[in-house]
Ligand binder design. Structure first.
Ligand code: ADP
Length: 713
């Protein structure tokens, strides 16, 4: 939601099997720096939230990223990279070279500035392949892209299309296009019945601060240890009382504790309306006569500092498909620096935005903002340059990167259930419609102890490749920003490559079914024969790649599958009382202790409370979040002796078994989008699984794997 101008930079290394980042080569001298490493986990302060739902540049040569596991290979190709041009492509290719050295060269090619150099014996095979590729390219018509609604992404998009030699339609097109690029939302163009759109319906809504907090909170209830990367948050105005009470209790327990909180307006972006408080009485609760919708969040007091400055990370993430779930992470990101040296919050400095808020849009107006041509200095730097500095200080950046990947996957898993509800409402099964994909912008803060913390997810990350410059006093002009151009064009171009309809099998819910492709590395797998001159992909597949480690988290998706099944009317997003009763009856959840009258009371009670919390809800009935609350309640009632997660798994199994038996196993569509765990998995197994995976880092192999690729429509 930040939009406008964030930043962007280059891409990194080979993010192969494990992590894209590795220690820097000893031959490359890092910057001297003042990195502070130590600290506490601010996410784990003693404030407990029990409620759920409602009540409840050119970069300097020696800074070139050593991101990549084959760092030693960097020197191997040093001479080649020395030829890299200073232009966009040059940078991209040079980087790819650093990273890819080993794995991709085995393909028989190495990249220089956009050209392939044959380096091994497989020349004949390669020539034959290339020839095939050219023939294919000649036969294929170019992919068509409607760019009429691209808005601020337009420049980066046009450059990407040019690099791909695809065909753009600046004014739209009567006939259908293969791809529609929307600047804002799924609905920018109405009545699209085919092709692919770069936005999912409902993504904007889901990623608003309140909804994201709710979705993560539900996951925190089920998997508290897995979701401790999100600061404790309270939703205003509805949770004002809980917030005040909890803070008071914390202070009463320990007078030395004086936490700080950050208040963020629900629909805000670019730091707008954000302020810090130390006491609940400082909350600005009203706008005129209306209660302000906002999230108040624990403030991370001890961020990692570089050059004494606070910074955050902008990471680009592609959701290629919801069903099956496919997630890619850009190997390069941006870091945005504050412009005033950081001090822990005190009553005196609470209002110092240039000290506490990393937003580019704010800091650019500070006299201290540095527009640097180098990717490793200035107020906007590449993530890789920052990781490099950390590595030079002995930081285990592999672990940092692995934690970041885990954070991204877990966050996506938290929002997918509701996205599926939006999806089926906008593009009901059986109705012609496009499939969807979307680039998201993750904002992540590294704490002093190097733990990544999720700040927010932007449904419309800025894809601008220019920045504002004051060319004369008071006169601003947009000037090209090479760093932005490099990163953002890479992300858009490679997103398009991944979505190339010529390389996609038809599927549902915005995706291609390619289970067989899982073992293949994105960089090689996705290369098409007619992409000869393009650099290897800067997007790394992380899901389903790390299915084994994260699949067990997809419980709410299974609840959503039940919910969707009982929605009934196409286009609906809410369950009526009759549909809720049908759900209870079909799954045989009522009995003499829990009569249908109690079911009705439960329905009324929960929907009434949720109605007040969703101000813009036009539809009556029970939304997914309310249904999840009801489901948790039913699970708790039925399996009293278990902990919540086990209760939910048990009830899901019961419901799914009922549905399966009734449909004779034929209609599996709604049984599960992601049957995460084998039937026999019990609470102990869950506990062990979690323990065994050490919090499920992506580079750790879990013993349990299961099929997540049930089609559910
Ligand atoms: P916006 O969408 O308005 O930019 P963010 O959630 O990204 O809202 O917050 C703006 C900035 O505030 C972030 O870039 C970060 O620097 C700072 N910030 C946000 N949340 C926290 C937090 N919980 N602890 C510390 N700093 C935070």
């Amino acid at each position: 939601m930040k939009s406008r101008c964030e930043d962007a930079d280059k891409e990194g290394e080979d993010a192969d099997e494990h992590l894209p980042v590795s220690s820097p080569p000893s031959s490359v001298s890092p910057h001297p720096s003042s990195i502070t490493v130590a600290g506490e986990d601010a996410c784990n302060t003693s404030i407990t939230s029990k409620h759920r739902g409602r009540g409840h540049t050119k970069q300097g040569r020696d800074d070139r990223i050593p991101c990549g596991k084959h760092i030693s290979d960097v020197s191997l190709h040093g001479t080649v990279s020395a030829h890299a041009g200073k232009n966009l492509n040059g940078l991209v290719h040079e980087r790819a070279l650093h990273v890819r050295a080993t794995g991709k060269i085995l393909q028989g090619k190495s990249e220089t500035n956009g050209n392939y150099v044959t380096i091994h014996a497989s020349k004949n095979i390669q020539d034959a392949r290339q020839e095939d590729g050219f023939k294919l390219a000649r036969k294929r018509r170019p992919v068509t892209v409607d760019i009429s609604k691209a808005k601020t992404s337009l420049e980066a998009l046009k450059l990407s299309i040019k690099q791909l030699k695809w065909k753009e339609f600046p004014l739209g097109r009567r006939a259908a296009c293969d791809i529609y690029w929307h600047g804002v939302s799924f609905h920018d163009n109405e009545n699209i019945v085919s092709g692919q759109v770069n936005k999912f319906p409902g993504m904007i809504e889901m990623l608003r601060k309140i909804n994201l907090s709710r979705a993560v909170r539900t996951m925190q209830e089920l998997f508290p240890e897995e979701y401790n990367f999100y600061p404790r948050s309270w939703i205003l105005p509805e949770e004002y009382q809980q917030f005040s009470t909890q803070i008071r209790m914390v202070r009463e327990n320990d007078a030395t504790v004086n936490p700080t909180f950050i208040v963020k307006p629900d629909g805000g972006s670019q730091g707008d309306g954000i302020y810090l408080i130390r006491d609940p009485s400082d909350l600005k609760l009203m706008t005129g006569s209306q209660a302000k919708q906002a999230v108040v969040q624990e403030y991370i007091q001890k961020p990692l500092l570089i050059d004494k400055l606070k910074f955050d990370i902008r990471l680009y993430v592609l959701i290629k498909s919801l069903e099956p779930l496919e997630i890619y992470i850009a190997k390069e990101g941006l870091t945005r620096f504050c412009t005033e040296p950081y001090q822990e919050p005190s009553q005196k400095n609470l209002s110092h935005v240039f000290m506490h808020l990393t937003n580019y849009s704010l800091n650019v107006h500070s006299g201290n903002f540095v527009h640097s041509d180098s990717q490793s200095t200035g107020s906007k730097r590449t993530l890789s340059s920052v990781l490099y500095r950390l590595a030079a200080k002995g930081v285990d950046i592999k672990k940092v990167w692995s934690d970041i990947i885990a954070l991204v996957i877990k966050t996506v898993i938290a929002v997918v259930p509701e996205l599926k509800v939006y999806y089926q409402a906008d593009i009901p099964p059986g109705k012609p419609g496009p499939t969807c994909f979307q680039i998201l912008g993750f904002d992540i803060l590294l704490m002093k102890n190097l733990k990544p913390v999720l700040l927010e997810v932007n449904s419309n990350p800025s894809m601008r490749i220019e920045h504002e410059k004051e060319v004369a006093p008071g006169v601003f002009e947009y000037v090209p920003s090479p760093v932005d151009e490099e990163v953002k064009v890479g992300v858009i171009r490679d997103t398009l490559r991944l979505m190339d309809p010529g390389h996609k099998k038809p599927s549902i819910a915005g995706g291609s079914e390619h289970r067989d492709e899982i073992p293949m590395e994105a960089g090689t797998r996705e290369r098409s024969p007619d992409e000869g001159g393009l650099p290897s992909l800067c997007l790394k597949q992380v899901y389903p790649k790390y299915t084994k480690q994260f699949n067990f988290l997809r419980l709410v998706e299974r609840i959503a599958a039940l919910f969707i099944r009982f929605l009934g009317v196409k286009g609906n997003m809410r369950l009526g009382p009759t549909a809720f009763r049908t759900f209870i009856r079909t799954c045989k959840l009522s009995n003499s202790n829990f009569t249908m009258a109690s079911v009705d009371i439960l329905y009324i009670d929960i929907t009434r409370r949720w109605l007040g919390t969703v101000p813009d809800s036009r539809e009556a009935g029970m939304g997914l979040q309310a249904f999840v609350e009801a489901f948790f309640f039913l699970a708790g009632r039925r399996f009293k002796s278990l902990v919540l997660r086990e209760q939910v798994v048990s009830l899901l199994e019961l419901c799914e078994a009922q549905l399966e038996s009734q449909s004779g196993g034929e209609d599996r569509r709604s049984v599960s989008c992601s049957r995460a765990l084998p039937r026999a998995v019990n609470s102990q197994t869950l506990g062990l699984l979690h323990a065994a995976t050490g919090g499920c880092q992506p580079d750790v192999v879990c013993s349990d794997d299961s099929d997540i690729h049930h089609r559910h429509r």
